[in-house]
Design a protein around this ligand. Sequence first.
Ligand SMILES: *Cc1c(COP(=O)(O)O)cnc(C)c1O
Length: 423
Amino acid sequence: MTLDAAGALARDANDPLARFAEEFHHPHDAQGRKLVYLGGHSLGLQPTAAAKYIEQELNDWRRLGVLGHHAAKRPWIPYHEAAAAPLAALIGADADEVVAMNSLTVNLHLMMVSFFRPEAQRNRVLIEKSAFPSDRYAVVSQLNFHGLNAAEHLIEVEARPGERHLRTEDIVARIEAEGAALALVLLPSVQYLTGQSLDVAPMIAAARRIGAAVGLDLAHGIGNTPAQLHDWNADFAVWCSYKYLNAGPGAIGGCFVHERHARRIDLPRFAGWWGQDKTLRFQMGPEFQPITGAQGWQISNPPVLSTAPLLASLDLFQRAGMGRLREKSIAMTGFLQQLIEAKLAGLVEVITPRANDARGCQLSLKIAGSPATAKRGYELLTAAGIVADWREPDVLRMAPIPLYNSYSDVFAAVDALSRALRR
Ligand SMILES: *Cc1c(COP(=O)(O)O)cnc(C)c1O
């Protein structure tokens, strides 16, 4: 198949998942032109079924009032529990290890309450230097909360001079060098800026060997790259659901707590009634006895209206299958890379790793020339109807999403970028 518009159409005709694009609303501009949407790494498109799921709850609320907690079509008390098994399937976990709750940074704090337990000598946290700012703020504020400080107690690993990507062996070596000083290792499964997918299994193993707790941020990984959270043996993981999971702005996030902690009552945690053993919850007694498993970290009753679109989207993931989605993603992102190399040589540099197992859907492009030229290229691209994402000073991120993008979308984006950068 050729590297042109006809080749893109031929690839679309051979795509067994192509029909899923109709299960999403695709944005249009003010003139009614369909936009080419490659921004799913920031906010996934709306599943067409999302409105139906939300309306069901609005109707049940209207019809039943408080009785909806038990009598709604999907009763509200366990409403979010329907998300656990499909979420677990996406990340290689057991359903009991997963809970949909809160939002990402809140969950990160709650997990650190339990798993960042600094002691006199073991009081450092290791993160990556280009971590998403919210994660760094959360970690530094937890250090401060324990009377520690970033200057002495925060270790930030980075790429070697002249390199763009984190090396597994460097992170493992740093974890081993810190040894008994390290209380927590927190790493992303997919780095948000470069799109690098980390080989986290050996890093997690190293952290556990030296006795540190280890958590993963799956914000850019869940619904994007394969994961085996249970077997990898991380203590915890957190994620949001509005990126690759298409659950809508501010949607309910999620949390993984490894099974080995399921029954631990010695771990400190911030408790609330929704974490209370379900047979006791409505007896309204004074003593807290957590539910075994990840649900025991819940605090409040779940936001049903912000969970409804997540259920709509997870249904699509179940029907498409993560294996088939990943296969298409590898092919489609590979097509994007080939087109860029053929049509944009010298104008952009792909800063995402080339190997399939070192990246997910997203490619990050560094635009050549001055930051002003680069920014102008991005503005022309946007004016041409391509939705991508800009990170100052010169990085353009695009993610072809296997559930709703086509090879023709990818072709149109590169074609438009080529015109934008040659003007
Ligand atoms: C998107 C993202 C967040 C967002 O945090 P919220 O608490 O959901 O607002 C945090 N961390 C990472 C790594 C992200 O990519």
